[in-house]
Design a protein around this ligand. Structure first.
Ligand code: ADE
Length: 478
């Protein structure tokens, strides 16, 4: 990440940013800092860059041309980098904005002084007006340093493992739990006993509880914004599960998972409040949701609950799946605020979707997660907006085609894993035969069988898929 700062006091920026963790990040090349002294572009021998305001009044105004020239002098890598003007009139900076700015390759900061900067140059170059809080500083420099620090923390490699593995509570609108170090007893005050037990599950539970307590006491405004995230997924071969896990870890530190591959959990009703977020994920089967005994997600009920939908597919297309999911969930009280269609390995081909989601996909998940956080922040103020997705909400009915399959009785040891873990209970406990009415050809039984006793015959489909859909697709999101 390259930071460019247009300022009258470059040393103020350099001294601050070149210190501590950001200083280390500059040395190891994770970020770079370039300051531009606006005074170098003054057009008079006194190097003055300010003048009296038209219309009269107190204070001086920074002139347009030196600021414009300073901006033009920035050696940019990108065509039109975002240019942030630090001003108490801007949008108040927060953690989601820091995360969003960190997705850029470079940023330009413009620091004002005196009463401000001539409006005409601001209109020309500024993309974002940002304030660091409702108070007035003598100039934008300290605000720029605050932003550079907070943005840098999100740049990969700036924090070391220990620093980044810290409980990133702000992500969930929670304050950090209290910390203690040696001695165990200090002036008669003891370290909480749970921290000495070595029981990590208990310690995590205690820390989360303290975070809630502390946020409620000290920042009730933040507590009101805390939003538990549940990811409900159907994933017979775990491709969808992996993709949803990768997405959800960018949304919360503390996800709850609901595995709807398990029929038992599909039968349990679950109600979500308006204060939660549901992430619903399913694989695409022939362009639609898998056909189960009951419609997938029909056990979930929202109460104007925002939800994000994911249709994971094996590089052919997601067709109607997102539209179908959106309708099912919105009919059940959810508001679909975002949708994504990642590519996962195809069950009928080891070539299609191979290695997906990959590193490039992860960057897209990160971008999508930031977009969702922004939509949640907006939605909390103005109400959630339902997103438009392509496809038919009620897809055409398809005639069911079941793959020919075979059980090698020589290899089978009768362990019953296939029986127990079939998501639609299609396998007879007694005969181990597959009921073709119920089978969804998901391949879970074949993949779970340690003895490789089950085979499905899909070479024709595989041939066609690999011929027509070989070119890797990009993730789409809405
Ligand atoms: N310049 C002066 N005050 C400021 C503030 N609160 N935030 C950002 N820039 C500023």
């Amino acid at each position: 990440m390259d930071f460019h700062v247009l300022t009258l006091f470059p040393e103020m920026i350099e001294n601050t940013v070149q210190t501590s963790i950001t200083g280390r990040a500059i040395k190891n090349g994770r970020i770079s800092l370039h300051t531009v002294n606006i005074r170098d572009f003054a057009d008079n021998k006194h190097s003055r860059v300010d003048d009296y305001p038209y219309g009269g009044g107190a204070g001086m105004v920074m002139q347009a041309e030196p600021v414009y020239q300073a901006y033009q002098s920035v050696k940019r890598k990108t065509l039109k980098p975002r240019c942030i003007y630090l001003t108490p009139q801007g949008k108040v900076f927060n953690q989601t904005m820091a995360e969003e700015f960190a997705l850029e390759e470079e940023l330009v900061f413009l620091c004002g002084h005196y009463e401000g900067i001539d409006e005409r140059v601001l209109e020309e170059i500024v993309t974002d007006y940002v304030s660091i809080g409702d108070y007035v500083l003598t100039g934008g420099e300290l605000a720029a340093c605050v932003m550079i620090d907070a943005v840098s923390r999100f740049v990969p490699g700036v924090l070391n493992n220990e620093e980044s593995s810290q409980f990133e509570s702000m992500q969930d609108n929670l304050l950090e739990y209290p910390h203690y170090t040696r001695p165990e007893s200090w002036r008669g005050k003891n370290v909480p006993a749970v921290l000495l037990t070595g029981n990590h599950t208990k310690i995590e539970e205690w820390r989360l509880g303290e975070s809630y307590k502390r946020t409620k006491e000290r920042r009730p405004d933040l507590k009101a914004k805390n939003r538990p995230v549940t990811a409900a997924y159907f994933s017979p071969t775990e491709g969808t599960k992996k993709a949803v896990e990768l997405l959800v870890e960018h949304l919360t530190q503390n996800p709850q998972y609901l595995d709807l591959t398990r029929r038992k959990l599909r039968r349990e009703k679950k109600i979500f409040s308006a204060q939660e977020l549901l992430v619903a994920a399913a694989p695409v089967y022939g362009g639609q949701l898998p056909v189960l005994e009951n419609e997938l997600f029909s056990n979930l009920k929202g109460n104007h609950t925002p939800c994000v939908i994911m249709a994971a597919y094996g590089n052919r297309h997601f067709d109607d799946t997102l539209a179908q999911m959106k309708k099912i969930l919105e009919d059940r009280g959810f508001v679909c605020i975002g949708a994504i269609a990642p590519i996962i390995p195809h069950v009928y081909s080891d070539q299609l979707g191979k290695g997906r989601p990959n590193e490039k996909d992860e960057v897209i998940f990160k971008k999508f997660a930031v977009l969702i956080k922004k939509r949640i922040e907006e939605g909390e103020k103005q109400g959630f907006i339902s997103v438009q997705v392509p496809g038919k909400a009620i897809p055409d009915k398809k005639t069911k085609k079941v793959l020919p399959q075979f059980l090698d009785k020589e290899k089978c040891i009768g362990c019953q894993v296939c029986v127990q873990r079939c998501p639609v209970y299609a396998i007879s406990k007694e005969t181990l035969e597959i009921d073709e009415e119920k089978c969804i050809s998901c391949m879970r039984c074949a993949l779970l069988c340690k003895k490789k006793a089950r085979t499905f015959h899909y070479s024709k489909i595989q041939e066609h898929l690999e011929k027509d859909f070989f070119v890797p697709r990009e993730i789409e999101f809405f």
